[in-house]
Structure formats: C-alpha cells, structure tokens
Design a protein around this ligand. Structure first.
Ligand SMILES: C[S@@+](CC[C@H](N)C(=O)[O-])C[C@H]1O[C@@H](n2cnc3c(N)ncnc32)[C@H](O)[C@@H]1O
Length: 246
C-alpha cells in the first residue's frame, strides 16, 4: 500500500542522500545501548532507521517518523523485526514502551511550545511504566549565533545510488528566539539542485529542564556529548534523560 505523502516533508527527495551521509554517524548508539532499560523501545524521529538498527538486537524496537520517504528507506534496509511507523511525534498512540529515545536533533524540529508539549504528553502516556525518555539535541554555539547568515558552502560529498552528490548548506540564525533555518542544496550530476529547508530550535539547558518539568518529567541526567561528558561551555550536544514524575 502506498504511504501517505506529507507536503511539508523536507526529507521527501533526499532520504537516500541523508542515509548515505549519516549511516556511519553512530557515536550515539553505544551510549544508548549501555543505558538500556527493560522493555520495548520507541525511537521518535527515527529517520532512515540508523539508531533502530543499532539497537535492534537489544530488545523489541519501534521506529516512528513523519516522513514517508525516510520510513520507506528504513523499511528497505530493515531489519524486519523492527516495526516502522509513519506518524507525527506529536500524535501517536502505539501502546506502552519501556523507553523512548529522540535522537539526533529530531525534537528540535518541533515548531513551537504547543508541539513540544504535545510530543511530551504522548511520551508520558507511552511511558506509563515509569521508563525514561532521552532527548539528544545540538547545543547552541554563542559565537555562531551572533552570525546572522552563513553563505552557502559545501557540507558533504558522496556517492548515492551510483551518482556523485554534493550537499551545500546556507544558514540563517535568529538568536533571540534560538532558531535556525538551514537551507541544504543537493547537487546531483550537474542537475539543478534539490532544496531541503530545515527549521530548528536550539535549546539552552535550563529551558530544556523547565520544559520537561512543566510537562510531567523529572530530568535524571544530562550530558554534553555522546560519551557521558558533562554539560559544559563549548560542548556540542545537549542530551537529557528524563523520567515521568510520580
Ligand atoms: C535530523 S533527522 C534525524 C534522523 C535519525 N534520528 C538519525 O539519527 O539519523 C530528523 C528526523 O526527524 C523527523 N521529524 C521531524 N519532525 C517530526 C515530527 N513532528 N514527527 C516525527 N518525525 C519528525 C524528520 O522526518 C527526520 O527524519
């Protein structure tokens, strides 16, 4: 059965290139595996399934993403025992899970406070047994935020289905709101570029903690990288692990 297509899916035409670029970027999965809890795992914003694949041998895994193209790529690569779901992380009801992971900035794509609260309400419902949600976000870089615009420059080059693909990125920054607009252009064999526009919110640690507390969670632990380092000036990630209160 054909999957529904989201008209606002920035990954619609670039899922294969995303998969080729990020397939090996697995610095996060070892940490997730070492902190695994009992019960099934739900990965929100799973993309083409990188994290699900890395953790599939540890327990029953479900990967959810709103992009039909990303889920199609995930399904093609497998493994077959992962359940793949096309849905928004703000509106899902898939039963209880032992743990939820929202990896690699997926939560940062939620457009506003209402969407973030809706996602956390769904997580709270799914974690009825008291298990944790881990959210991995890029940390804000104050020096970069002062730069309103970075012109287009090459960000990645590689092979996708036998073709040479070059990705460039142009960045627009809105520091007061902590928002970024990333304009990625994919150049494939001299054809006009395919444009993918991503809007992201950058959280500061206090904001993240307040948000979780205001939505029924307690922050158990926070890290500034994927190997368990502390949140510190200059760290490039913000990872929080939170559990339902009560
Ligand atoms: C940067 S990619 C990360 C993909 C994957 N987690 C990884 O680590 O490679 C962000 C993903 O979040 C998904 N996403 C963004 N907003 C979403 C939403 N509201 N509901 C579900 N998925 C969403 C996108 O479709 C995309 O696949």
């Amino acid at each position: 059965m054909p999957l529904p297509v989201s008209p606002h899916d920035p990954y619609r035409s670039i899922a294969a290139a995303y998969d080729a670029e990020f397939d090996g970027a697995n610095a996060d999965t070892a940490g997730y595996a070492s902190r695994a809890v009992a019960g099934s795992l739900l990965v929100l914003g799973c993309g083409t399934g990188r994290v699900c694949r890395g953790l599939a041998s540890t327990r029953q895994v479900t990967g959810l993403d709103r992009s039909p193209a990303m889920i199609e790529g995930a399904r093609r690569r497998g493994p077959d025992d992962v359940r793949w779901v096309v849905a928004a992380m703000t509106d899902f009801d898939l039963g209880p899970f032992g743990e939820i992971i929202i990896p690699n900035a997926s939560f940062a794509f939620l457009p506003d406070r209402r969407a973030r609260a809706a996602c956390l309400a769904r997580c709270l419902q799914a974690l009825s047994g008291g298990g944790p949600v881990t959210i991995d976000l890029p940390a804000p870089d104050a020096r970069l935020l002062a730069e309103a615009h970075t012109p287009e420059k090459i960000a990645w080059e590689g092979q996708v289905d036998g073709a040479t693909v070059r990705r460039t990125r142009e960045v627009f920054r809105f520091p007061l709101r902590g928002n970024l607009r990333l304009v990625d252009r994919y150049y494939i064999d001299g054809a006009p570029p395919i444009e993918s526009v991503l809007a992201l919110h950058l959280f500061v640690p206090d904001e993240l903690e307040w948000m979780l507390e205001a939505n029924g969670f307690y922050v158990e632990q926070a890290w500034g990288d994927h190997v368990g380092g502390p949140v510190r000036e200059g760290c490039d990630r913000l990872l929080v692990r939170a559990v339902p209160v009560g």
